[in-house]
Design a protein around this ligand. Structure first.
Ligand SMILES: Nc1nc2c(c(=O)[nH]1)N[C@H]1C(S)=C(S)[C@@H](COP(=O)(O)O)O[C@H]1N2
Ligand SMILES: [Mo]
Length: 201
């Protein structure tokens, strides 16, 4: 068994399902926030999809919960090298929101933005086909504020910085527009399996 020391002092044990350069955080769930956790009540939360769509639309908490529920059970991978196995998020598939606004054929990318001003960019193909959610719960309980509650974007097949906490909306574009971390040297797409951590990786 190949065991080396990580920066946390925890032994690094490789396990299947772990992308290159990642370690298993076990039961820990680190909080990574560039902003102060906002005081955002469900009643004040809204989610808007606009830009290159036929019918821009804003959902409030109740309206978003009226959409069919969808669960993600799987792993998450942060670019700072922790991964977490077997997490369970409940929410609504982004496909349900996108079906309502009907993206124009020219829409190729999106910028996701938070109620705090955080932004991150994604190709539209990474947000469709059952790969992305608006998540409201974790392990059957309301999502904790420090983890993005009451609602966060969840795009678990990409590095976790793409999963914007306190999600406020998506703007669909016909080009890629770097978000907060992407303007600061991080990769435009962030596929953990190809170790796309920094621009140029
Ligand atoms: N609004 C907002 N969303 C964010 C971040 C942030 O700083 N602000 N950090 C990102 C990063 S780098 C990671 S790894 C995950 C961390 O989510 P967690 O704190 O629930 O572990 O949120 C992502 N979404
Ligand atoms: Mo991260």
């Amino acid at each position: 068994m190949n065991v080396t020391r990580g920066f946390t002092g925890r032994p690094r044990v490789h396990r299947p399902g772990l992308p290159p350069g990642q370690y298993d955080a076990g039961d820990d769930w680190p909080v990574l926030s560039a902003e102060v956790t906002p005081d955002l009540a469900p009643a004040d939360w809204t989610f808007r999809v606009d830009g290159l769509v036929e019918e821009p639309r804003t959902w409030n908490w109740e309206q978003a919960h009226a959409l069919p529920g969808s669960v993600y059970e799987g792993d998450i991978h942060c670019v700072t090298s922790w991964s977490k196995f077997g997490v369970r998020f409940g929410g609504v598939s982004l496909d349900a929101f996108l079906a309502a606004v009907r993206p124009l054929p020219t829409a190729t990318h999106a910028v996701a933005y938070s109620h705090t001003g955080y932004t991150t960019n994604l190709p539209l193909t990474d947000l469709t086909g059952g790969k992305a959610w608006i998540a409201f719960s974790h392990d059957g309980r309301p999502l904790a504020p420090e983890h993005g509650g009451p609602a966060r974007l969840l795009v678990p097949h990409l590095y976790f910085w793409k999963s914007a906490k306190w999600i406020a909306g998506l703007k669909l574009l016909d080009h890629d527009e770097p978000g907060f971390w992407e303007q600061n040297g991080y990769h435009a797409r962030g596929n953990p399996w190809e170790e796309q951590r920094y621009s140029g990786d």
